[in-house]
Write a new protein. Structure first.
Length: 449
């Protein structure tokens, strides 16, 4: 498969193309990918579905996210380009149960229902399914070669499984040295976190200090003009940002800019692509904020900050995971019943939530954020119930199932009922949380793939 160009089809989007040297690609977990190709004209397209159907009228405008409304858009777009319906054939993939699996996953079966909805819509158009690899327990990618019409489905990360015999697992001293070597978080970021924790977000009290830090200022402006945060007009200064984005948005930008360098790791570790850890952190931050707003639970700015920092422990462990990547990846494949924390402890003697808590203490991060960093995989396990941890857990869970391709991650669902109830939701409303992920987060993968 010789490809000159690649187009990533983001979750909740579709793409149509004529015959040419181009690879259409989507990374799938619980989400479902559909590739259509017209044998008569060479025209093809791909769609990346999140849910079987809209969960509310308010979301119905984002038709590409749902099987019942998105596939018709894809088919009609191909027909408008000149494709012949009777010459179309389809390949579908995804809809996986991304482990560790519980009865909650089987009960929700979002992926399975999305697959069935997709099959039903394709059948209504008279489009046959040439190949289907759905369900199971593994994330995968679906790849459509627009030059030949060939479609390949393959596991994500499989190319990194190499011989593990020569690897040396790090000991506790090596990990402690990594913690000690990590540069302290900038004081200006700590001040912003404390203001958020105290719900006193008067940005004027630290604006002058931010301006003195040229690196954070530059990164803040870069983020302000990125796909996640951008407005229609360019943002050229902090004063500009305060006027056009508002104080709350600028506070988030400053914190995001301050921690960005910590997450700039290699593509072989936790990350499945360059910058994967950072993009997951931003995605979790934005989604946690959206959940806080929807449920009226907790402060949205604090939820954003907690989501941004929840995996900070991975920054330390990433270099050690990279050194034993084949063993780590193989463990996540072969030990589906185990959490990523259990695998980390088995291979490294410590997990990323424990390391994150150590960093939080070293940096004097506010206690509410430190607790969320420590307990975000299992909120409430030790009686540490708090709404902030619950919100970050749910945001992390949604991304681990539906925004695949950034990092190796697993989030358990065995207590999902209780966690949702804690913030006033039912299990049946989980799909509403999936619907909350902003398009800017869903599209972020297209910028790094």
């Amino acid at each position: 498969m010789q490809i000159h160009h690649r187009h990533h089809v983001a979750a909740g989007a579709y793409y149509v193309s004529e015959q040419k040297p181009l690879l259409l690609q989507a990374f799938l977990g619980t989400g479902v990918g559909g590739a259509l190709h017209c044998k008569a004209t060479g025209i093809g397209g791909m769609i990346h579905l999140l849910l079987p159907e809209p969960v509310s009228r308010l979301q119905a405008g984002q038709a590409e996210k749902y099987a019942v409304t998105g596939i018709p858009l894809l088919v009609e777009a191909m027909l408008a380009m000149g494709a012949k319906r009777d010459a179309m054939e389809a390949v579908i993939a995804g809809g996986a149960l991304v482990g560790p699996i519980s009865g909650q996953d089987l009960g929700l079966d979002i992926g399975g229902r999305t697959v069935e909805a997709a099959r039903s819509v394709l059948d209504s158009y008279g489009i046959g399914i040439k190949q289907s690899e759905t369900g199971g327990f593994f994330t995968c990618s679906i790849n459509l070669d627009m030059n030949t019409g060939e479609c390949i489905i393959e596991p994500i990360g499989h190319k990194h499984i190499d011989d593990t015999r020569s690897m040396v697992q790090p000991d506790g001293n090596a990990i402690k040295k990594s913690i000690d070597r990590l540069q302290p978080i900038p004081q200006v970021a700590l001040k912003v976190m404390r203001l958020i924790d105290e719900q006193d977000q008067n940005i004027d009290t630290i604006a002058d200090e931010i301006r003195k830090d040229q690196v954070i200022t530059a990164r803040t402006l870069s983020l302000a003009n990125s796909a996640i945060f951008t407005k229609k007009r360019p943002i050229e200064s902090l004063d500009h940002a305060l006027v056009f984005l508002g104080q709350d948005q600028v506070v988030k930008l400053i914190i995001s800019a301050a921690v960005q360098s910590y997450f700039e790791q290699s593509a072989i570790g936790y990350s499945l692509c360059k910058g994967g850890l950072y993009h997951h952190a931003i995605g979790c931050a934005v989604t946690a904020e959206a959940i806080a707003v929807k449920t009226g639970t907790g402060d949205p700015a604090k939820a954003y900050t907690a989501g941004l920092l929840h995996d900070i422990g991975k920054v330390v462990l990433d270099q050690h995971i990279a050194s034993i990547y084949p063993l780590f990846y193989r463990s996540t494949i072969e030990q589906q019943h185990e959490s990523v924390l259990a695998i980390e402890k088995k291979l490294l003697g410590i997990d990323h939530t424990q390391v994150g808590r150590l960093l939080a203490e070293k940096w004097s991060i506010p206690e509410s954020l430190a607790n969320t960093i420590k307990h975000h995989h299992y909120p409430g396990r030790n009686g540490e119930f708090n709404d902030l941890t619950m919100i970050v857990y749910l945001a992390d869970l949604v991304l681990s199932r539906f925004l695949i391709g950034f990092e190796l991650e697993r989030v358990a669902t065995d207590a999902l009922d209780a966690h949702l109830k804690r913030i006033g939701l039912t299990t049946g409303q989980f799909e509403e949380l999936v619907d909350l992920v902003p398009p800017s987060v869903l599209n972020a993968m297209a910028n790094v793939a």
